[in-house]
Design a protein around this ligand. Structure first.
Ligand code: AMP
Length: 217
């Protein structure tokens, strides 16, 4: 199963990617997570990416594409993967097709998590992320028992820098300008499977798995 997850910021891509990847026993490859890990470790890549991430803009292709190319060439991605957060533009999608064709592979499906914009703003404005395990919580709709502490691992919760309201607005603009055309591109090619990503997390996971299983059947 080689698949790509698309959807606006706050659609739950990271959360769903983890469950879906586990179900199909494939690695979850999240460009946002790789960038954040590099920012935390203050690598050269992280220092470069941070400027763009903090502004809510896309990291330039020359940085992002090299990173994805290297990651997809690793052994664990040979028989399948779930890409979360890449591609984000039509150009990146074309590069992905080239990378896969060099690896003698192709994409099985693109899954879109569909969520209305006001719901996305509501989710992101109260989102808190765990330093320890990366799980997301919400200050109003999905609170941990103890404020600021992750129920799952006891880690400290923080607000991602790019979840600040002004950066959220910019990320949504970037999505509308650069990623919405990508979704259309995949739809035109007949590769897109869209599911509703509102409601209980486990219901969305079930819809995602059913949609992908229908493709490989
Ligand atoms: P995410 O966690 O997917 O919301 O990504 C967080 C940030 O990382 C984005 O706002 C971008 O700045 C950067 N980023 C992640 N994936 C990509 C990509 N495919 N192309 C460019 N920038 C990206």
């Amino acid at each position: 199963m080689r698949t790509v997850l698309v959807g606006p910021p706050g659609a739950g891509k990271g959360t769903q990617a983890a469950f879906v990847a586990k179900h199909f026993s494939i690695p979850q490859i999240s460009t946002g997570d790789i960038f954040r890990a590099n920012v935390a470790e203050q690598t050269k890549l992280g220092l470069e990416a941070r400027k763009y991430m903090d502004a809510g803009d896309l990291v330039p292709d020359e940085v992002t594409i090299a990173m994805v190319r290297d990651r997809l060439a690793e052994d664990d991605a040979r028989d399948g993967f779930l890409l979360d957060g890449f591609p984000r533009t039509v150009q990146q999608a074309e590069v992905l097709d080239d990378i896969l064709s060099d690896l003698h592979a192709g994409l099985d499906a693109v899954l879109e998590l569909s969520v209305k914009e006001d719901e996305v703003v509501r989710r992101l404005s109260g989102r808190r992320t765990c330093h320890g395990c990366g799980r997301n919580w919400h200050v109003e709709f999905d609170k941990p028992v103890e404020q600021g502490v992750c129920d799952a691992c006891g880690g400290e919760l923080f607000r991602r820098d790019d979840d600040a309201p002004e950066t959220v607005r910019r990320r949504l603009e970037v999505y509308a300008e650069q990623t919405a055309p990508l979704v259309e591109h995949y739809a035109d090619e007949g590769r897109l499977h869209r599911i509703e990503a509102t409601g209980a997390v486990e219901d969305v996971t079930r819809r995602a798995i059913e949609a992908l299983e229908s493709v490989v059947d």
